[in-house]
Design a protein around this ligand. Structure first.
Ligand code: SF4
Length: 250
């Protein structure tokens, strides 16, 4: 955690994207924070792993940059999304970004795996309009294979978001022969349907777009031979979620 007084708060980021369209509603200014405790097999940002990598950013410079795009955000119903990496590894930094965005009338979205102590997340959630919660699997063994960590903290985080009625979109990456078993999807659907706060679930089809980064970093990329899901698999997955009364997009 790299922080001091609010006005001087600094964090470590990987990069920014000024006009993102896939991480929340409308056109969004997206901040990719550095550092992640998960090791997802399909990660398309493997260079975000270590917090000491990336570059330092101050709140002041980010807010100055964000304000240049306010008209795009306003007219598209967009805002600012902080993603990663895992933003909640730097909770004070994200809290301060969101606090200042909300003071400017800018919508805030937090993209997280939920693999964090709830106490650390609470101050961030005070200034978060929307959570994008990545639930990478429901079955614990598949979750661990995909991420190298336990699913329980994420499910607890999801239950907490439901308790506080935090508007949330759940995101699920559909990977053939990894996360696509009917049982896994049905159990995830039943869990999501039990929550009170989920506005929709996004099915994100696996793709190979991050492969070159794994190769460049010399990491062992185990999904080299995995193909993107077929249209039939995507359709049947969406059907399962919808059959539990969940609104789905992809
Ligand atoms: S949580 Fe996101 S950034 Fe972290 S390893 Fe998984 S896909 Fe990559």
């Amino acid at each position: 955690m790299l922080t001091n007084t609010p006005t001087e708060t600094k964090g470590r980021i990987h990069s920014i994207e000024s006009c993102g369209t896939v991480d929340g509603p409308g056109i969004r200014f997206v901040i990719f924070t550095q550092g992640c405790p998960l090791r997802c097999l399909y990660c398309h940002n493997p260079d975000c792993r270590h917090i000491e990598d990336g570059k330092e950013a101050t709140i002041e410079e980010l807010i100055t940059e964000i304000q240049k795009y306010r008209s795009y955000m306003r007219f598209s119903g967009g805002g600012v999304t902080v993603t990663g990496g895992e933003p909640l590894m730097q909770p004070e930094f994200v809290t301060e970004i969101f606090k200042q965005c909300q003071a400017l009338g800018i919508h805030t979205a937090l993209d997280t795996s939920g693999y964090v102590p709830i106490a650390a997340a609470k101050p961030v959630l005070d200034y978060t309009d929307l959570v994008l919660l990545d639930i990478k699997s429901y079955k614990p063994d598949i979750y661990r294979t995909v991420t190298s960590v336990s699913v329980e903290p994420t499910l607890n985080f999801a239950r907490y978001l439901s308790e506080i009625k935090q508007p949330t979109w759940v995101r699920f990456v559909l990977v053939p022969n990894l996360t696509d078993s009917v049982e896994n999807i049905k159990e995830l659907a039943a869990f999501v349907a039990s929550l009170q706060n989920v506005e929709k679930l996004e099915v994100l089809p696996f793709h190979q777009m991050g492969t070159y980064k794994w190769e460049k970093l010399g990491y062992d990329y185990q999904l080299k031979e995995t193909k993107p899901p077929s249209p039939d698999l995507i359709a049947s997955t969406i059907n399962i979620f919808q059959s539990y009364g969940i609104k789905v997009s992809y």
